[in-house]
Design a protein around this ligand. Sequence first.
Ligand code: NAI
Length: 332
Amino acid sequence: MKITLIKGDGIGPEITAAMKKVVDALKIDLDFEEINAGLSVFEEEGVYIPQRLFDSINKNKIAIKGPITTPIGHGFRSINVELRKKFDLFANIRPIKAPGPLESKFEGVDMVIFRENTEDLYAGVEEQISPDEAHSIKIITREKSERIIQKAFEFARENARKKVSIITKANIMKLSDGLFLEVGREVAKKFPDIDFEELLVDNTAMQMVMNPGRFDVLVTENLYGDILSDLGAGLVGGLGLMPGVNKGKDIAIYESIHGSAPDIAGENLANPIAMILTLCLLLDDINEKENAEKIRKAIYKTLVDKKNYTRDLGGENTTTGMADAIILNLGI
Ligand code: NAI
C-alpha cells in the first residue's frame, strides 16, 4: 500500500527513520512516497508545501508525518495547520495511555481526546488594530462542532467506551463555547447508551491531574484539545510516547503529538516510540491490526528494561538504540 511520508524537521528525520526500520523488520507491505514540506523546501523551491505533496496525499489518502517547525510569534503560518485545513482533517484523535510499565504517580490513565481541528482560535483570523493592540477571532460553527462530537460518540460506541466528556468554557464564552456545548447536548441524545458529562476546561485540567482515571473519551475545541493532550502526555511519560492522527472524511494524516524538538534535533536523542505508536494507529486502520499489536507488545517489553530508556524517560539510550531494542523484542 502506498503511503505519503513527510519526514519533517528537527527530530523528524530521525524518528521517521526509526519507524521505517520497524516496518522493514516486520516486512509490512507499505510503500512510502517521501515528500517533504517546511523551511527546507521553501529555501529551494519558494513554497512551504509543494503541490506534489498535496497531489500525493490526495492520491494515497493516507500520510504519516514527522513534526514540522513553525516560527513562534512571527513568520509563516503553521504547515501542520495548513495541511489539516486543506484536507479538512477535522478530527485530531489522541489516545493517552502508558505504552509500558512506566513508574508514574498517575494510575489508570486510559483516555482518548477528540480535538476539533479546523476552527476555533486556530482559524488564524487575527487583526493588528494598532501597534499596541491585536485581536484573534474565535470561530465555532454548528456544522463543525457536530461532526467532531458525533465522531467522538461513534468512537465510544464502537470501542465499548462508557462516557464522553465535553470540555468547554461556556460559562465565559457563552456564544462560541455555548454553541459547542449546545450541539454536544443534542448529539448526546442520539447515544443514550453512552454517559455524557459537561465539564469546564479549567476544572478538567485539575481533574486530569487529581483523578485521571475518571476520564474515558473527551471531546473539545481546538485550543483546549491541544493543551489538554499535552497535559495528558505528561501524565503517562511525556511527549516522546504519545501517538495521534488527524482524520477527515476519507483522508488521514498520522502524526505524534510532539513537535520538532529543536533542542535535541540531530543528536540521536529523541524517543522514537511516539512515532512508532503513530504507525500502529495507521496499521489499526488498514487491516494490519496483528502487526500493530506485535509492535505494541514489543514496545511494552522494551519499556520493562530501564537500560532501554531514552533521555526523556530518564535513561541514556539513543533513538537508534531504542528502535533496535524494539525490533529485537519483536522476536522475529
Ligand atoms: P516539542 O514537542 O518539539 O518539544 C517540547 C519538549 O519535549 C522539548 O524539551 C523536547 O525535547 C521534548 N520532546 C518532544 N518530542 C520528544 C521526543 N520524541 N523524544 C524526546 N523528547 C521529546 O514542542 P516545542 O518545543 O513547543 O515546539 C518545537 C517546534 O515544533 C515548534 O516549531 C512547533 O511549532 C513545532 N510543533 C510541530 C508540531 C507538528 O508538526 N505536529 C506539533 C507541535 C509543535
